[in-house]
Design a protein around this ligand. Structure first.
Ligand code: FES
Ligand code: FES
Length: 161
């Protein structure tokens, strides 16, 4: 076992992990941050996306030991301290960007990374950025609308697909 220490959602977190322990396992099982989901075992679905040192990362593709010393943000770190939704989360709610919600944490984390790199993406850029996030319910259209709205852009132009 190896001891890992990282900052998760602004707080110091540490635990003993095996060399093979994935970051997503550490977050869910050691820290009980179960908002980060596991939707596949092939690194395809994106339900496990978190931010590591400011970059969107599929937490099932990284060992916990590789995140030693990192700054990690999970979906639990996105809402306000009083539980209020952030702009992206509110936009998902307002534009019906979710149905079952299983993919939503990963979608929100990917969207946040996109908007920090590219604050006014085009619809095509949003769709391309979400290539690594699979949603089985929504058909993606309302997710794209939500992200465009969260970026402060008019979603009327994509309202009638
Ligand atoms: S659980 Fe990580 S990509 Fe599916
Ligand atoms: S809302 Fe169900 S998988 Fe996306």
């Amino acid at each position: 076992m190896t001891k890992v220490t990282m900052t998760v959602n602004g707080k110091a977190a540490s635990g003993d992990v095996e060399g093979r322990t994935l970051l997503v396992q550490f977050l869910r099982e050691n820290l009980r941050l179960t908002g980060t989901h596991v939707g596949c075992d092939t690194s395809q679905c994106g339900a496990c996306v978190v931010h590591v040192n400011g970059k969107a990362v599929k937490a099932c593709t990284m060992l916990a030991a590789e995140a030693d010393g990192a700054e990690v943000v999970t979906i639990e770190g996105m809402a306000g301290a009083d539980g209020s939704l952030n702009t992206i989360q509110q936009a998902f709610q307002d534009h019906h960007g979710l149905q079952c919600g299983f993919c939503t944490p990963g979608m929100v984390m990917s969207a946040a990374a996109l908007l920090s790199e590219n604050p006014k993406p085009t619809e095509t850029e949003v769709r391309e950025y979400l290539e690594g996030n699979i949603c089985r319910c929504t058909g993606y259209h309302n997710i794209v609308k939500a992200i465009m709205a969260a970026s402060g852009q008019d979603v009327g132009v994509i309202a009638a697909e």
